[in-house]
Write a protein that binds this ligand. Sequence first.
Ligand SMILES: [Zn+2]
Length: 190
Amino acid sequence: MPPGSPTPRASSPRVSPPPVTSDGLRDGDPFVLATLVAAHGGDVLVYAREVAPPDEALRMAAAVFVDLRLAVLSGDDLAEDVDAALLSATRRVAARQAENPFRPGEHRRPTTRTTVCDRFPRLLTAWADHRLPRADAVRLREHVVDCPDCDALNVAFDRAETAYRDGPPAELAPEETGALVAAMALASPG
Ligand SMILES: [Zn+2]
């Protein structure tokens, strides 16, 4: 070996994780489910911690993985982009969560809750998914100026998106990993 050339790396005894395929997800292959959770469970959990009460975050994260698996079971082919599908699922579940009486911080509820307020979580996540027409996006921006409730929600979702995209993923404890994998394995339509 010529001097200065890199030392060949010893071959790793680790088995590489299986690719996350639609078939693997549909079949509930435990290795595939575990691979997906290991890769993204921490991202989903940091998102959930921004938009859900602390004791609900893990449950929300589990709902995201259930939602994704149900999408596959109903025929969606996610092989193309599992990452994008997971982020969409995260937004869908977060919107559902926020439609529950959700009050981030101590913001006062508006005296009159408008239909925009009721639809706000879904509009917000549609916007994040680039599915919201421009006119609606403008209306959304105008609405938060006068509605502290929706403004707080807007801020929480914005933090969640940033944390998911740029922040370090949450470290999953073994029991959290187990909870997410089990929820996904047990997901069944209806
Ligand atoms: Zn509002």
